[in-house]
Design a protein around this ligand. Structure first.
Ligand code: NAD
Length: 352
């Protein structure tokens, strides 16, 4: 199969981790007889430096016209003082909206080899951590009006029934493919947008009678994720709650560096990225963990290109890396072998 992939290396550790994922993709291509053609796209701080804009239209167009997009991460202290609508992260919001990817899927799964890296007690980890957060990605407070006037700052949180319905359906369909339990997370005791969210979810539930729908307030959910994560299978929630809960969920699985994500919309062209940021504190030192990005590439093969054997091969190669006792600094523990970012890529691609 021939596929085109827009590649956004971005800032900080972005270039280092994306390079490892591309080497892994090249190995998959040669082993399985595919051809992946990469198009470089500038986004984030590097695009501000080059064009004075975090995502010029021409760069966005390259993404929209590709079969899929692989992203490292954007942002960093160098661009902290640029005006709000010119910040690196604005490029990311523009990319998600421009691609129409409204559903962000983040798995929270513990690798058995990393049980000791979880900050949770062993007996909680042993009950199992394996759930998915389906997060609405292009609505809510991140996309509402933002303004500061006369010392008063306002951010608007707005959701329409149709926006809730389309992400709700993804939640139900994801649950149908798993254990048929869906937990809808909101703050309906305080927010109108959450009361509408809850109403729409319950209306949808009538169309998916095989799925058991439960409701949970977001503050309780944050607590339950550390108290007993085994109770969750699929969580569906709005943009900001999903952002916060998925970072929390990633931490209980060991390291933010291990978690991939996919963002999908109506077309097959998806956006695949690790859930962490550009980690400026460790950038350029060859110590970042590239596994979240490598697993994001695996998700791309599975969800956008229908290449499940190839995706399995990457996931298996990561598992073999961990089985052999190799660890990057963020997941290092006693008795394991410390490797850098590039060496991690070397070993994983040898395992394919
Ligand atoms: P971060 O995720 O970049 O880093 C948080 C901590 O996790 C740091 O200690 C970092 O060293 C560590 N870490 C992250 N990824 C790692 C990896 N692959 N391997 C090893 N350790 C890793 O979050 P932050 O520090 O809050 O943000 C830094 C910058 O990234 C900010 O400018 C922020 O806006 C941006 N950001 C971008 C994205 C994105 O591009 N999708 C997401 C979140 C934050």
């Amino acid at each position: 199969m021939n596929k085109t992939i827009a590649v956004i290396r971005g800032d900080g550790i972005g270039p280092e981790i994306v390079d490892q994922a591309l080497r892994v993709l090249d190995r998959v291509a040669s082993k399985y007889g595919h051809s992946f053609k990469y198009t470089d796209v500038d986004m984030g701080g590097c695009a501000i430096d080059k064009y004075g804009d975090p995502l010029p239209q021409g760069e966005l167009d390259k993404c929209i016209s590709s079969d899929s997009v692989l992203l490292g991460a954007v942002g960093g202290p160098k661009w902290n003082d640029v005006p709000g609508n010119m910040r690196p992260e604005k490029g990311l919001l523009r990319l998600r909206a421009g691609m129409g990817v409204y559903s962000n899927n983040r798995p929270a799964k513990i690798w058995k080899q990393l049980a000791d890296a979880s900050p949770l007690k062993r007996e909680i980890v042993e009950k199992g951590i394996d759930f998915i957060i389906v997060r609405e990605l292009i609505g809510g407070i991140y996309f509402g009006e933002h303004k500061t006037e006369n010392g008063v700052a306002t951010d608007v949180l707005k959701y329409s029934e149709s926006e809730i319905e389309r992400i709700g359906r993804i939640g139900f369909k994801t649950a149908q493919k798993r254990s048929k339990r869906l937990c809808s997370v909101e703050k309906s005791n305080v927010l109108d947008s959450s009361r509408l969210w809850k109403k729409v979810m319950h209306r949808l539930a009538e169309e998916y009678p095989d799925v058991i729908l439960t409701d949970m307030l977001v503050d309780n959910c944050a607590m339950q994720i550390v108290k007993d994560p085994s109770q969750f299978d699929v969580i569906v929630t709005e943009n900001m709650f999903g952002d916060i809960l998925s970072d929390e969920a990633s931490m209980i699985t060991g390291s933010i560096g291990m978690i991939p994500s996919s963002s999908l919309g109506a077309s097959g062209c998806g956006l695949y990225e690790p859930i962490h940021g550009s980690a400026p504190d460790i950038a350029g030192r060859d110590i970042a963990n590239p596994i979240g990005t490598i697993l994001s590439a695996a998700m791309m093969l599975r969800f956008s290109f229908d290449m499940s054997d190839e995706a399995d091969a990457i996931e298996h190669a990561v598992s073999k890396f961990l089985d052999a006792g190799y660890r990057t600094a963020d997941i290092m523990s006693d008795g394991m072998t410390l490797v850098g970012c590039r060496q991690c890529g070397d070993i994983i691609l040898e395992n394919i």
